[in-house]
Design a protein around this ligand. Structure first.
Ligand SMILES: [Zn+2]
Length: 356
C-alpha cells in the first residue's frame, strides 16, 4: 500500500500551490526588475552623447627637399603711388636710393620726390614713366635687371648746358647729383613743395645767395619750382593747352602755340636740368617784379653763379616771355661774363662757340 505516497499526495497539492505562488512572485519580481533596468538603460542612452570618433594623428617624416622651400618675398600690395605710406614705400625708397635714383629722406611716404625717382627708374628701364610703382616696376626694381641710374653731369664742359625749343634734352635725361633742397637748406626757404630737388652745386649756391639777401634785409624767399621730370613738364603743358581751349575758345593748334609762349615743350624745359629755380616772395598781393626780392636778384644773382634766364628784352631770342622769378645756375665764371656782355644764354653759347 502506497501510504507514504498517498499521504504525500494528499499533502502535496497545498505544497505545490504554495511553491507555485512563491515561484510566481519570484518571476514577477525579476520581471519587474528587468523592466526597471530596461527603462533605466533607455533613460541613460537618451542623454549619453554618441562618442566622437578619435582623430588619429598621422606621423609624417618631413622630406628635407620639400620643407626647405620658402616663397620669395612678394612686392605686393599691387601698386604704390603718390600718397602711399608704410613699410613697402620705405623698402622701395631704400632700393631706389641704393641705385642712385632717390636722394630724399627715407620716410615711408610716397611724395613727389619719390615719384620723380620712380619715373627716372622707369625711364631708364624702358617702362612707361607714369610714376606709379606697379607689379612690373617693383618686380624689375628688386630684380638683378635693375641697374644704377645713368645720370648726366649738367655742369661738365666749358659751355653751359643750353636747353630750349631747338635744344631738347634726351628722353631719358636725368641730372646727376640731385638733392632734395630742404635736406640741404632746411628753413632757409619757404617751400611750395618740400620734396623739390635740384643739382647739389646749384642748390648750395642758391642757399649762399639767399642768405646774402637776407643779410641785406631782403626776404623771405619761397621756392616754387626746381627740378622737374619730363612727365611733370608734359602734364603742365597739357593742362595749359586744355585751359586755353576751354577758357579762351582757342583751337588746339592756337592753344599749343599760346602755351609755348610761357611753358616749354616737354624735354625743352630748363627745370629738367636741375639747375633752374622759380623764386617767389611769398606775397600773393604783389607781382614778383615789384618786390624787393626781385630788385635784389637783378643786382646780385650774377655774383653767385645765377642768371636771369628769361627777360622781356630777350624774348625774341629765347622765345619765352619774361619770367623774373626764374633763375638758372651756370657757374660764377659764366654768369659774371654774361652780365658784362648783357647776353642771354643763347647769345652767350653762340659767342663761346665762335670764340673757341
Ligand atoms: Zn621756371
Amino acid at each position: 500500500m502506497p501510504n507514504g505516497r498517498n499521504g504525500g499526495a494528499r499533502r502535496s497539492p497545498y505544497l505545490f500551490i504554495m511553491l507555485a505562488a512563491v515561484l510566481l512572485l519570484v518571476l514577477i519580481f525579476f520581471a519587474m526588475r528587468a523592466m526597471n533596468a530596461w527603462d533605466a538603460y533607455e533613460a541613460a542612452a537618451a542623454v549619453t552623447p554618441v562618442p566622437t570618433p578619435t582623430v588619429r594623428n598621422i606621423a609624417v617624416t618631413p622630406d628635407p627637399n620639400l620643407v626647405t622651400y620658402t616663397p620669395a618675398p612678394s612686392p605686393t600690395p599691387s601698386y604704390l603711388s603718390n600718397g602711399s605710406k608704410g613699410e613697402m614705400v620705405t623698402r622701395m625708397q631704400e632700393r631706389l636710393q641704393e641705385l642712385g635714383y632717390y636722394t630724399g629722406v627715407i620716410d615711408g611716404q610716397f611724395g613727389s620726390g619719390t615719384k620723380a625717382a620712380v619715373q627716372n627708374f622707369q625711364r631708364q628701364h624702358g617702362l612707361e614713366a607714369d610714376g606709379v610703382a606697379g607689379v612690373q616696376t617693383l618686380g624689375l626694381l628688386y630684380s638683378d635687371e635693375a641697374h644704377e641710374m645713368e645720370a648726366n653731369d649738367t655742369l661738365e664742359g666749358d659751355i653751359p648746358l643750353l636747353v630750349n625749343a631747338s635744344h631738347p634734352l634726351p628722353e631719358d635725361f636725368v641730372p646727376a647729383d640731385l638733392v632734395t633742397i630742404r635736406s640741404v637748406a632746411g628753413e632757409v626757404f619757404i617751400y611750395a613743395d618740400t620734396s623739390v630737388q635740384g643739382v647739389r652745386e646749384a642748390v648750395e649756391h642758391l642757399i649762399e645767395m639767399v642768405n646774402a639777401a637776407k643779410a641785406d634785409g631782403v626776404g623771405p624767399w619761397k621756392i616754387r619750382e626746381g627740378y622737374r621730370t619730363l612727365q611733370a613738364q608734359q602734364s603742365i603743358f597739357d593742362s595749359r593747352v586744355e585751359a586755353f581751349i576751354s577758357d579762351n575758345g582757342m583751337t588746339r593748334a592756337q592753344a599749343i602755340s599760346a602755351t609755348r609762349q610761357t611753358v616749354a615743350d616737354p624735354g625743352c624745359s630748363e627745370h629738367h636740368t636741375g639747375l633752374a629755380f622759380d623764386l617767389n616772395a611769398d606775397d600773393p598781393n604783389t607781382a614778383f617784379v615789384d618786390t624787393a626780392q626781385y630788385a635784389w636778384l637783378m643786382l646780385h644773382c650774377w655774383d653767385y653763379g645765377f642768371i636771369m634766364r628769361y627777360t622781356d628784352d630777350k624774348t625774341d631770342i629765347t622765345g619765352i616771355l619774361g619770367e623774373e622769378w626764374h633763375v638758372r645756375y651756370v657757374g660764377v665764371e659764366h654768369s659774371l661774363k654774361m652780365k658784362e656782355l648783357n647776353y642771354c644764354l643763347e647769345e652767350y653759347v653762340d659767342y663761346l662757340i665762335n670764340e673757341q
